[in-house]
Design a protein. Structure first.
Length: 301
């Protein structure tokens, strides 16, 4: 993570050359830059050029990203993310969407909202989504729901060993926009009605068997058997950026950006959807995660 001092790259070392260009579905391209995100965005992106930003920043929870410190004093961390927000605002189109995924930590249950507040001056918070990673539903609680034959307990999570804190099964996805009036395509990620009589009964359905999914998104992590299988210490599943991009509204000429792209989950989602992606990560491409990046790209494209 950049400290306040390194926000300005005095030697302009991060040139306008992606370390990797990848061709995806329908000829869409992904440009991956090895760069600090502030410098990378500043050096490479025009004003009002990006339709959708889907990102999760370093959470400042002391994760070892290889080259970056992830334990800044909180005030400094929030100040830095505010600068990142200002740069995102510059490059985002006026009707663009900025999805920011962030979770809390047991000892600081405010951190996600503190980050939200740090961005409040520059964006309108248009929607708040809850990324649910695990959930337990007892048959007893839902009673005679069709298809529900027993108790359900699904999802993967990192257990918290503590007498004070429960396991944390969710994270936020803040949907920021410039004015709060960005049109979205709710039904693109909609769900079928459970009770099909609603389709006829409600005029607003337009006779379609599809309703708004709402703001709770159950998205499963890939199953991993050992720590060594984990490609990145803090990546999100590709279904997360995929949902965000579709919700914003898919178009062939869409440009998606992730300033902290990690192993490129958002690049993979963009490529699958056949749209253009540009991403930055301060981690050296030849360090720990680059192999995983290669594996992912060859697997998914
Ligand atoms: C929470 S992870 C994002 C993971 C990503 N969403 C994925 O699914 O792979 C944060 C990433 O930010 C990167 N990072 C940290 N400081 C950075 C900076 N100043 N500029 C760009 N990337 C940075 C880290 O190397 C890490 O890969």
């Amino acid at each position: 993570m950049a400290s306040q001092e390194s926000i300005i790259d005095k030697n302009n070392t991060h040139k306008k050359t992606p370390y990797k260009n990848i061709t995806g579905k329908h000829g869409s391209t992904s440009k991956l830059f090895f760069a600090d995100c502030l410098i990378g965005m500043n050096n490479n992106l025009e004003d009002n050029s990006i339709d959708v930003v889907v990102t999760s920043p370093p959470y400042n929870t002391g994760i070892n990203y290889g080259t970056n410190k992830d334990n800044l004093p909180k005030k400094e961390y929030l100040f830095w993310l505010k600068q990142v927000g200002i740069e995102i605002k510059r490059v985002l189109k006026n009707n663009g969407s900025f999805f920011l995924n962030i979770g809390n930590k047991p000892t600081d249950q405010w951190i996600a909202w503190d980050v939200g507040f740090a961005l409040r001056e520059n964006f309108v918070l248009q929607n708040v989504f809850h990324w649910v990673k695990s959930i337990a539903i007892s048959k007893e609680d839902v009673r005679n729901y069709p298809n529900m034959i027993g108790d359900i307990s699904v999802g993967h999570f990192k257990p918290i060993c503590s007498n004070r804190f429960v396991n944390d099964y969710h994270e936020y996805i803040f949907h920021f926009t410039k004015e709060g009036n960005t049109m979205i395509d709710k039904l693109s990620i909609g769900v079928p009605y459970q009770d099909k009589t609603n389709i006829k009964r409600w005029k607003s359905t337009n006779k379609q068997d599809r309703r708004d999914r709402g703001n709770t998104w159950f998205i499963l992590y890939n199953t991993i058997k050992s720590r060594n299988d984990r490609p990145h210490p803090a990546s999100f599943p590709t279904k997360l950026p995929e949902k965000c991009i579709k919700l914003h509204g898919l178009r062939d000429d869409l440009v998606v950006m992730h300033p902290f792209m990690g192993i490129g989950s958002t690049a993979i989602a963009s490529s699958k959807l056949g749209i253009f992606f540009v991403g930055f990560d301060a981690l050296l491409p030849n360090s720990l995660f680059s192999d995983c990046r290669n594996i992912h790209y060859t697997t998914f494209f």
